[in-house]
Design a protein around this ligand. Structure first.
Ligand code: XIL
Length: 333
């Protein structure tokens, strides 16, 4: 069988989200063999990389970028402005009071400048703003601290700062549940507004935290086509295919099934992955990258989300780093 990067050489880079500890040993071997793009899973988020106002922690992000350079990988930067994993100091002054719009904007600008500046020319694409649209309701804007303190233009400001910091980088808006009809429409409205205003945004990232039950091919194609109609490129930025009924659980906040991987799940997962990559290839040119969120079923963030204590098996390699049925269905076409 070909490797992922061989099979998709003429289509798009195939990436994987990593922590620095994966850059040695058997995981590094698998990464070098199969992939040609990296995303830091956590290392470039505000909290980890910018723990205090005048202190950055570069070590982990540096290690990932160095590995990429040594092995000829592309890097996707993730992420510059998000309501999660952002330290409290960002929004408060020395007395613990909430900062003004001006202060928060200047902190955001400084942060984007410093992080993008350090890796200028080494990171080809950035998730500038992550998850700014709420899952439910009619509104376009999630009521985050950025929104509350700055107002809706925090999004365009972030893109402007990012474009100024590295004009060569491709700038993305990134979100999940992008195949849900209502959320898709509200994300579309946001992106249309940004494009109409001339905001420097070139792409939309569909996170792709999917499952063996969702999305359908129709839902996925509608999203790709609708976002592409704005002249944006589309990337799948955080792909995994849970074997559990996710939407249902997210609402219930408790597991509805066990940790066992059944033969039926294996078959359904291979079919779902085949459908996804058939669709990605069909949209070659528009679809400019696919990144998996973690390397193998040995460690996946879904073991702790949306509930902890139940194992998931969402990736193409098993807990012993061996290719699964789903891998075969992706590399043979
Ligand atoms: C996740 C990481 O995988 C976890 O290690 C961390 O504890 C929480 O964040 N959407 C995103 C990613 O944009 O940054 C998230 O990553 C998964 C959901």
């Amino acid at each position: 069988l070909p490797t992922l990067k061989e099979a998709y050489r003429n289509f798009f880079p195939v990436g994987v989200a990593v922590a620095p500890r994966s850059l040695t040993g058997p995981e590094a071997e698998l990464i070098r063999q199969q992939f040609n793009s990296l995303t830091p899973e956590n290392a470039m988020k505000m909290g980890p990389i910018h723990p205090e106002e005048n202190r950055y922690f570069w070590q982990d992000a540096d290690a990932i970028v160095a590995f990429a350079q040594q092995n000829n990988f592309k890097v996707r930067g993730h992420t510059l402005c998000w309501h999660n994993q952002t330290p409290r100091w960002f929004f408060t002054d020395a007395q613990g009071n909430q900062v003004s719009r001006e202060v928060l904007l200047s902190r955001l600008k400084q942060h984007i400048n410093d992080v993008m500046g350090r890796y200028k020319g080494k990171i080809y694409a950035w998730d500038v703003v992550n998850e700014a649209v709420p899952d439910t309701g009619t509104g376009i804007y999630r009521r985050s601290k950025f929104y509350e303190i700055i107002g809706e233009d925090y999004i365009e400001k972030a893109f402007e700062y990012a474009h100024a910091a590295d004009p060569g980088a491709t700038l993305f808006y990134n979100d999940y549940n992008t195949e849900n009809a209502s959320k898709r429409e509200r994300i579309f409205q946001l992106l249309k507004k940004l494009k109409n205003k001339g905001v420097p945004i070139q792409g939309v990232g569909l996170q792709g935290h999917w499952s063996i039950y969702e999305p359908t091919v129709g839902e996925l194609e509608t999203s790709i086509k609708q976002f592409a109609s704005l002249g944006l490129q589309v990337q799948i930025t955080e792909l995994d295919v849970s074997v559990h009924p996710k939407e249902h659980e997210r609402r219930a906040k408790k597991p509805t099934d066990t940790s066992e991987l059944t033969p039926d799940m294996v078959v359904k997962q291979a079919a779902q992955y085949k459908m996804l990559f058939d669709t990605f290839r069909k949209h070659k040119g528009t679809l400019t990258g696919v990144t998996f969120w973690n390397i193998s079923d040995k460690t996946t963030w879904l073991d702790n989300f949306p509930v902890a204590g139940r194992k998931d098996y969402p990736l193409l390699f098993d807990q012993n780093y061996q290719p699964k049925e789903a891998f075969k269905s992706v590399v043979t076409f």
